[in-house]
Write a new protein. Sequence first.
Length: 418
Amino acid sequence: MKITNMKKLLLIGALFMATTALADFSKTDWEFKSAIEPGVRQVTGYVSFDIPSEAFQNLNQNLSDLRIVSGETEVPFVLAREGEKDYLSDIPATIFNISSVQGASTSFIVDIGKSGTFHNRVTIETSSENFKRDVKVEGSDDQKNWGVLNQDGQIFDYTYREGGYINSKWMSVEYPQSTFRYLHVTIFDRGEVPLKIIGGNIQSRQKSPAKEVSYPSTFEQNTNSGEKATDLIVDIGVSGAPHSHGELITGATNFSRAIVVSESADKMSWKVLGNGYIFSISTPEFTGKNLSFSYPESRKRYLKISVLNRDDQPIEISGANIFGVIRKVLFKFEAGKEYSVFIGNPKAKTGEYDLSTVSQYLSAENVGSVTVGKPIKNPNFVPTLPPLSERSPYLLPGFLVLIVLILGGVLAKLFIKK
């Protein structure tokens, strides 16, 4: 079977997980359950739902204990991570006429080779470090008549090499889809040293953002005098929920700081995830800001964002937003039946099922949606009792003491008889 429109596929690049047929499911082994609600509109066929944030704290790290059940029957399902889809195609091009007007601007021309090729992004290559610049991009087919494609582009680089290497940069400028053969790129230096341009890449970028959830969070702010930093301890309110980027909220201006992002489950033991760079500049020469940061996906409840102040005064932070990619569950729904989601079994294992293959041939418009209620205690759950030695920690030592006393008595009698 030939797929002609890949954009319609619901679960491209999904992480497939499903229950096995005739799995050893028993309601007594799962601690929590949630009702699946079809809503006012009755649906039949394949449906999906988003896993609620509060469910993650009772799920295994790999979500292996999630089960869908109708009556006493386990229902096959597929779990998918709806990540960002970013298709980037490089377009061969030649860069020439690199020139600078001292203290004003640096510019160059890019030749794609022919008109009619779609492109919408230029990435500038430079060996310069620690800068912020405004950029204008223009397009033309004859190098005589130029049209502005983007006059508000911004690029930056932050590099710190003392006491640990930190580098954060953004060197791309995007513009509407164009077919111009030539691009004229102007970088406004405005009194700064001209950038050392070593190249430029042209791309066609098609991007569909990930479906994300924003976690309500609270934070506390501490001064770290030893590191000359401000530590923001962010609590997203739930353990196990996946998150991978965020943004700080501040009204401060004219600052430029590196940040270090760490994770923790208990606010005591911290693991560094990565670093980033935030700034907000408002001057006649340059106006722009970046308050966002990203890091490898984490499932810990707490984040520590260390703003490295160096010898500057701390900036006032009023909040932080933390985001994560939503996990979706797909299964086949039959009207008239009741369905529940079961979670909370540390010993449960992930199986495989044919639905993980079938789901690749389902288009989004043929998949309905349902909702899931908050997890509640499963009334059928029977806790597994720990070993007797754990339930009665003094039993074994007491038994050993008793044995020693008995053996001591026996030995004493033997010595008396002698």
